[in-house]
Design a protein around this ligand. Structure first.
Ligand SMILES: Cc1cc2nc3c(=O)[nH]c(=O)nc-3n(C[C@H](O)[C@H](O)[C@H](O)COP(=O)(O)O)c2cc1C
Length: 298
């Protein structure tokens, strides 16, 4: 198969997943090309690809605006396969609603649904995940990637069900259009900490940050992707009304994956609170993997 991967990423979790997906496809002898969406990315034709994969992080139960703006302009041929690989920090069922517009658009073009897969990745907002949890998550994600590629080959798509209540609620909280532009009036680089290294300005996918007159200046074209504050080496960026939920620091995902699973399982049948939902999430991935690879084939 020749597969085109079209994705948006804020703090590079989705880029990492795309790297891993590309590796999983190539390991099975398939070809893969990719497009990372940022401001000004030229429209990529899907012609000549057997399947198109759409990847995005979930923002407030929705797909990010730049992602949606880009993919709604893409044309797939009737019968051309498409699949979704989305990711988020939680397993909330309301996250299921995030692909509703994309599904509608692609079905409107009579493209052939080839599956939808939800990966959990470490939070880039709210609170940082502990290292052992990240290591365990990435192992499960690897299994789910294998499931995805197997399903694509077999032509047996996996469905994620949403419902009208989730869809309505997700649409009602899709504040990104106004949230970023309004919140950006409150962004500041703390002058006591900021060294004017320029990393935030260089990396912003919207080109929304400038270093000018010895200060960091923020425009109002913000998508709330958190890349600037997440990767700031001095943790100097204040992110307005989301400041209390700021996460700063690289998870070094490649290293975490190479480290393998933690010595003791992080999620157990005793897990409670935030972690409780991962008991089911992990069991579901294990069951799907075991069904496709009964001999634990690698
Ligand atoms: C503004 C914003 C909103 C988010 N909303 C959700 C959400 O509704 N549900 C969830 O589980 N995770 C949410 N997250 C977490 C991200 O989906 C998650 O960390 C993702 O892996 C980030 O991927 P990226 O590094 O490719 O941007 C949100 C993150 C941000 C920055």
């Amino acid at each position: 198969m020749k597969v085109l991967l079209v994705y948006y990423t804020g703090t590079y979790n989705t880029r990492f997943l795309t790297d891993r997906l590309e590796a999983a496809l190539r390991a099975r002898g398939h070809e893969a090309e990719r497009v990372e969406i940022r401001r000004g990315t030229p429209m990529r034709s899907a012609e000549g690809f057997d399947a198109v994969g759409f990847g995005y992080p979930i923002y407030g139960f929705n797909a990010p605006l730049p992602f949606w703006r880009y993919v709604k302009g893409m044309r797939l041929a009737p019968g051309q396969k498409f699949f979704i690989y989305k990711n988020s920090g939680e397993t909330f069922a309301m996250n299921n609603a995030s692909s509703r517009k994309l599904l509608r658009r692609m079905r409107g073009q009579k493209a052939a649904f080839a599956g939808e897969y939800h990966f959990v990745m470490p939070y880039n907002i709210h609170f940082p995940f502990e290292r052992d949890f990240v290591r365990e998550l990435l192992q499960k994600d690897e299994k789910l990637l294998r499931v995805l590629v197997c399903d694509l080959e077999r032509g047996t798509p996996a469905h994620i069900r949403s419902n009208p209540v989730y869809n309505f609620a997700a649409a009602a909280v899709s504040v990104q259009k106004f949230g970023g532009p309004i919140n950006s009036f409150l962004y500041r680089a703390d002058e006591d900490k900021c060294t004017l290294c320029g990393k935030c300005a260089k990396n912003c996918p919207e080109g929304n940050i400038r270093i000018e007159g010895g200060r960091v200046r923020f425009g109002h074209r913000c998508d709330m992707c958190m890349r600037c504050s997440f990767y700031c080496p001095q943790d100097a960026i204040r992110i307005g009304f989301l400041q209390g939920w700021k996460v700063n620091g690289d998870y070094r995902l490649r290293d975490a994956l190479a480290e393998g699973p933690p010595a003791q399982p992080y999620i157990t049948s005793e897990s409670r609170g935030f972690y409780k939902c991962f008991i089911r999430h992990f069991a579901d991935i294990d069951a799907r993997y075991a069904e496709r690879f009964p001999d634990g084939e690698n």
